[in-house]
Design a binder for this molecule. Structure first.
Ligand code: RNT
Ligand code: ZN
Length: 426
C-alpha cells in the first residue's frame, strides 16, 4: 500500500503555502479555480496501443508509429477502452476531454470503409462523453490501412489513393462538426499524415504541392467554428520516412498561416534538442489558437509518457506568460505498452496538470519587474529561487478538493483494477 495522506496535513500545508504565495502576490485560491476549468485532451489511443476498434479487412500497416511493449491488459473493445479511460480519469484532478481517432469507430461487426464513416459510428463515444460531461476531440486516421501502404496518402501522386483520403478527411470533419454541435463544445479536428520516404526523394516539391491542394479541397467545406476547429500536425521523421516527410514544420506553418487553420506542435516531432516552448509565442503572434501534442521524444521515439521535466514546464510557463490559457489546446500524445496503460495515462495527465499549476503559481510580475529594471541577474536568480516554492502543497490540496487521490495513493487503485479487471483479459 502506498502512503495515504491525512486530510488535515494537506490542509495545513496548503494554508502555509497560500500565505507564502500570497506574500509574493499570487492568489492560490484563484489559481486553483483557474486550474479546475482548464481542460487537457486525453488521447484514447494510450489504452490499446493505437490498435483502434475497426473491423479490419486485412492486416494493418503502421505508418511509422507504434507502441512497443506487451504489458498485459490491453483494452480489446470500446467497452473496455471506455472503462479503462474512465478509471484513469477518476484518478486525475481537473477536467479532461477525450481525444478520438477515426479508427475508433464502432460499426457493430460490419466493415465500414474509412471514407464512409458517419457520426453514428461514434454514438457510443458521444453518449459516454455526455454521461461524463466531457468534450471530444477528433483525428482523421491516415495510417494502419492498405491505402496507406505506399507511404503516401493525401500527397500521393495516385489519384485513387489521394481521393480516398480526401473523402476520409471530409467524412471525419463532418463527424467532428456533428459531435461539436451535439456536445456544445468545439471539437478540435487534427490532421496528421505519415507521408514521406525512407530515402532521398528526387522531387520534394511535387508531394508538397499535392498535399496543399488536397488540404484545400478538404477544407473547402466550411463549418461553424463553434463546432469544429481544424489543425495540421507536422513531423520531422518517422520509421520509414527518415529522409523526407512531406508535412514538415515549415510546410504546415505556411499552410496554417495562409489558410487560417491551427498549427499542431507535437513535442516529439522536432530535432532532439529543439523544444516547442519557444515556438508558442511566435505562433500566437500570428494565429488566434494553437494545438499542442504534448509528448516526449527519446532518441528515435517521439511518444514516451510525459515527465514533469524542463520541456513540459517550459511549455506550461510559456502558455501562462503569453496569457494564452484559452488560446492553446493542450492535447496529449504518448503511448507506452510496456507498463500498465492506466499508469501511463494517469502519470502523464497528472503531470500535464501539475505543469500548468506550477506555471499559474509563478509570480511572473516579479520576473518582469526585474527585466524592466534591467536587473538580469535578479531575473535569473528569482527564476531559480521560484523553483523551490511549495507548489506540491497546492497540488495536494487540488487533488483533495477534486476528490482524487493525493500523492502516489492512486497506485493502490491501479493495482486493484489490474487484479480485478486487466489481468482477466486474455
Ligand atoms: C504521429 C503523430 C500523431 C499520432 C496520433 C496517434 O507521429 O504524433 O499525432 O501519434 O494521432
Ligand atoms: Zn502527435
Amino acid at each position: 500500500m502506498y502512503h495515504l495522506y491525512k486530510k488535515d496535513t494537506v490542509e495545513q500545508d496548503y494554508n502555509s503555502a497560500k500565505e507564502l504565495y500570497g506574500e509574493l502576490g499570487v492568489d492560490t485560491d484563484a489559481v486553483l479555480k483557474q486550474l479546475s476549468e482548464f481542460q487537457v485532451s486525453m488521447h484514447c489511443w494510450q489504452g490499446d496501443d493505437v490498435a483502434g476498434l475497426e473491423e479490419k479487412k486485412e492486416g494493418v500497416s503502421g505508418g511509422g508509429i507504434m507502441a512497443t511493449g506487451n504489458y498485459p491488459g490491453r483494452a480489446r473493445n470500446g467497452e473496455e477502452l471506455r472503462a479503462d479511460m474512465e478509471k484513469a480519469m477518476s484518478l486525475i484532478p481537473g477536467k479532461q476531454r477525450v481525444n478520438l481517432h477515426a479508427s475508433y469507430a464502432e460499426t457493430d461487426g460490419a466493415f465500414v470503409e474509412r471514407d464512409e464513416l458517419r457520426p453514428e459510428h461514434f454514438r457510443k463515444w458521444i453518449d459516454w462523453a455526455k454521461k461524463n460531461n466531457t468534450g471530444i476531440d477528433f483525428n482523421s486516421t491516415f495510417f494502419a490501412h492498405p491505402m496507406a501502404d505506399s507511404g503516401f496518402t493525401l500527397s500521393s501522386t495516385d489519384k485513387n489513393v489521394r481521393e480516398f483520403w480526401i473523402r476520409h478527411a471530409k467524412a471525419c470533419r463532418e463527424i467532428a462538426a456533428a459531435i461539436g454541435s451535439e456536445l456544445g463544445s468545439p471539437v478540435v479536428h487534427n490532421i496528421w499524415i505519415p507521408d514521406g520516404s525512407k530515402d532521398l526523394p528526387a522531387d520534394r516539391m511535387l508531394h508538397r504541392q499535392i498535399l496543399r491542394d488536397s488540404l484545400d479541397e478538404i477544407l473547402s467545406v466550411k463549418y461553424d467554428r463553434n463546432h469544429i476547429i481544424d489543425a495540421v500536425e507536422s513531423k520531422l521523421f518517422g520509421i520509414g520516412s527518415e529522409a523526407y516527410v512531406v508535412g514538415s514544420h515549415e510546410f504546415y506553418m505556411g499552410y496554417a498561416m495562409t489558410r487560417d487553420v491551427m498549427v499542431c506542435l507535437d513535442a516529439g516531432h522536432f530535432h532532439p534538442t529543439e523544444g516547442i516552448a519557444d515556438k508558442i509565442s511566435s505562433i500566437l503572434t500570428f494565429s488566434e489558437e494553437l494545438l499542442l501534442h504534448v509528448s516526449r521524444g527519446v532518441r528515435w521515439d517521439s511518444d514516451h509518457v510525459i515527465l514533469l521535466n524542463d520541456d513540459l514546464l517550459s511549455i506550461a510557463q510559456e502558455i501562462k506568460r503569453c496569457n494564452a490559457l484559452d488560446r492553446v489546446h493542450f492535447g496529449l500524445d504518448f503511448f507506452d505498452a510496456s507498463i500498465n496503460r492506466l499508469t501511463a495515462w494517469v502519470t502523464g495527465t497528472r503531470n500535464a496538470m501539475k505543469s500548468v499549476l506550477i506555471a499559474l503559481l509563478e509570480p511572473t510580475h516579479l520576473l518582469r519587474e526585474a527585466e524592466e529594471r534591467g536587473s538580469l541577474g535578479d531575473r535569473l536568480a528569482l527564476m531559480e529561487e521560484l523553483k523551490t516554492l511549495p507548489f506540491g502543497s497546492v497540488w495536494n490540496k487540488f487533488c483533495l478538493d477534486q476528490d482524487v487521490p493525493v500523492g502516489a495513493e492512486w497506485l493502490n487503485d491501479i493495482k486493484e483494477y489490474e487484479e480485478k479487471v486487466l489481468l482477466n483479459r486474455e
